[in-house]
Design a binder for this molecule. Sequence first.
Ligand code: ATP
Ligand code: AMO
Length: 432
Amino acid sequence: KNRTHTADAVAGETATVAGWVHEIRDLGGIAFLILRDRTGKLQVKFEKDEMDDDLVETGLSVHRESVVAVTGAVEEEPRAPTGLEMVPDSIDVLAEADPELPLDPSGKVDAELPTRLDNRTLDLRKPEVQAIFEIRSEILRSVREYFRSVGSTEINTPKIVATGTEGGTELFPITYFGKEAFMNQSPQLFKQLMVGSGLERVFEIGPIFRAEEHNTPRHLNEATMIDFESAFVDHHEAMDVCEGTLKAAYEGVAEHCSEELELLGYDDFAVPDADFPRLTYEEAIERINATGALDEQLVWGDDLPTEAEKALGDDVGGHYFITDWPSEIKPFYIQDYDDDPQLSKGFDLMHPRMELVSGGQREHRYDELVAGFEQQGLDPEQFDYYTKMFKYGMPPHAGWAYGVERLVMTMLDLGNIREAVIFPRDRQRLSP
Ligand code: ATP
Ligand code: AMO
């Protein structure tokens, strides 16, 4: 029989509910099968002396996590966890589960993260794990809605590419009909090419691939990025949209995910409301040095090590931007200040725990762009498909990219970025 009702909305003299056997509680004369579906749990009552023996036998011998469909009348029962109870007329076992489960979805036995990731199907039967992915889905939904409100068009760009953009060491090479090719690190060059098209303002939500050398709690080898790029804005306007995107994501979750937040133990989920401070890189290193958290003082030109990001995060206490980075530690496509070429119009959005976004004003002038390649030791000829279009009317533009997993991780205070991906890819993990 097909399902007629879900566990949270059962009613009537005959309803069919389908789901997983969460638990069987046998109290002697009476026994309960707790059936679980996406919406919750339903108590199914077996009164052994009053019911058909076969029905009782089937209902009580089925293994936990088997899939069953139960048909019967729904009655009010104040002692049932949801206040409702089903008295079954029939039970169909749709898929019997092996009694040896690699992971206990009831959560009574804790599992280590690797075991959970190896058995994600079972792991996501836990409501608090499911909640992370419901929230991730809501983040993407509200971000798309926000992009629409700022007049941005969703695009999809190639993931098999000819060049890297974010530094040559982190590329995954592949062979493409005998030619060398790579998995894409970032939609950077494609989204820039599109601001020069009639679309002007674009976004993309898609996978990126990076051959990160180390295993860390905040790096993945395959991640999802939210990229934004717009013609006729400067880096400060791009930061406004970046801030708006984050707030839209938090607002969407606050508005639509109250149950999920509760499951995850949030009773005080707060949407960041103040404007995020915009510190220059110079101010940032002064503040970091003033905290005394580092053994060695930072000097101008240094990248910020993890401890420095943490010290500054604690000091600021919320999201903040770091602007005006040294040109040398930002990529070739970031524009420098004309009156101070050492200084770039690149920015990062930081969460107190880690970097969430990189972005900047782009170099849209052909000659300056090509000179930038040479300064960074790159061969502009390789990027001809990109630079060429800067000869035919490329408007001033700016943009940025979020790592979706880092956004989920910081929003929900997850300890490891792998918890924010269903099937993470890291140095050890290639399947499932
Ligand atoms: P970006 O996001 O700018 O490409 P990233 O994501 O690799 O860089 P960040 O998030 O900027 O790194 O991290 C800042 C600091 O974290 C780095 O300066 C470095 O000290 C440390 N870090 C970055 N990548 C790694 C890594 N793979 N293993 C260990 N530490 C790292
Ligand atoms: P960047 O390299 O800083 O910038 O990446 C942007 C954001 O993506 C996330 N991210 C990652 N998350 C998990 N694992 C990884 N290995 C990983 N790498 C990056 C981070 C990071 O802040 N083209 C530029 C963006 C731009 O200028 O528009 C870029 O790729 O949250």
